[in-house]
Write a protein that binds this ligand. Structure first.
Ligand code: 13P
Length: 229
């Protein structure tokens, strides 16, 4: 199975998301059964976008980009895993931007992953070199079943810069992540993935897919990435 995961980050209101979907439907991307296409949307788009997606018949799954590290209760503004469980089967945690901009620690990321798994949602856990070992250690310490997670190697230098890293280097780190997680989970690469470089990552033996930011916002480029996989 090859994973193509789009991450819209804090972009696209519902109106814009509908226009995006109309364009993607018209492009007829080739989503064969060996490809799993997942779109991580802002919370505000998830439910309504999913209805429209189901009507279209496109085999794409919607997902979330974040989840609360707290159980249901008195936590104003928080969206917890139980709420998400009626809407999505996947959720990103530990993205570099959340670690950098919201001071999320590896322990908090592991707690989020635990809540997601308790609610039958697969965590898509983003990792980078400075916290690779520490992050994976936190997962084991908190009893997270790593075999039920998807991992992504996302080097900070490649995120949103156009400076994708050498596929061989990405493959090397992906292997390191597989080794540390007992070879039980898919490992993806993220960072300036485009239609031009997608194949070079997919050809690497330890990389099972990609996490795409900027180019997932453009339906033509996202369709090209799906078709080139
Ligand atoms: P870019 O594809 O824009 O580099 O973003 C990568 C990313 O952060 C996906 O989560």
């Amino acid at each position: 199975m090859k994973y193509i995961v789009g991450n819209w980050k804090s972009n696209q209101n519902l109106t814009q998301s509908f226009l995006w979907l109309d364009d993607l439907i018209a492009l007829k991307p080739k989503i064969t059964p060996d490809k799993k296409v997942i779109l991580c949307l802002p919370f505000t788009d998830i439910a309504t976008f999913n209805q429209k997606l189901n009507e279209s018949g496109l085999p794409i799954e919607v997902a979330a980009q974040n989840v609360s590290h707290m159980a249901p209760g008195k936590h104003t503004g928080e969206i917890n895993a139980q709420m998400l469980s009626e809407l999505v089967s996947y959720c990103i945690v530990g993205h570099h931007e959340r670690r950098a901009d919201f001071a999320e620690t590896s322990d908090v990321v592991a707690t989020k992953a635990s809540f997601l798994l308790e609610n039958s949602i697969t965590p898509i856990i983003c990792l980078d070199k400075p916290y690779l070992d520490q992050q994976i250690k936190s997962l084991f310490t908190q009893g997270v079943e790593v075999s039920k997670c998807i991992f992504v190697y996302e080097p900070a230098s490649a995120i949103g810069t156009g400076n994708s890293i050498d596929p061989k280097d990405a493959n090397h780190v992906a292997h390191q992540i597989s080794f540390l997680t007992d070879y039980l989970s898919p490992v993806l690469y993220g960072g300036s993935v485009s239609p031009d470089n997608i194949k070079s990552y997919m050809d690497e033996p330890n990389i099972s897919g990609v996490l795409v930011g900027t180019d997932s916002l453009n339906p033509t480029l996202f369709a090209d990435i799906i078709n080139a996989t």
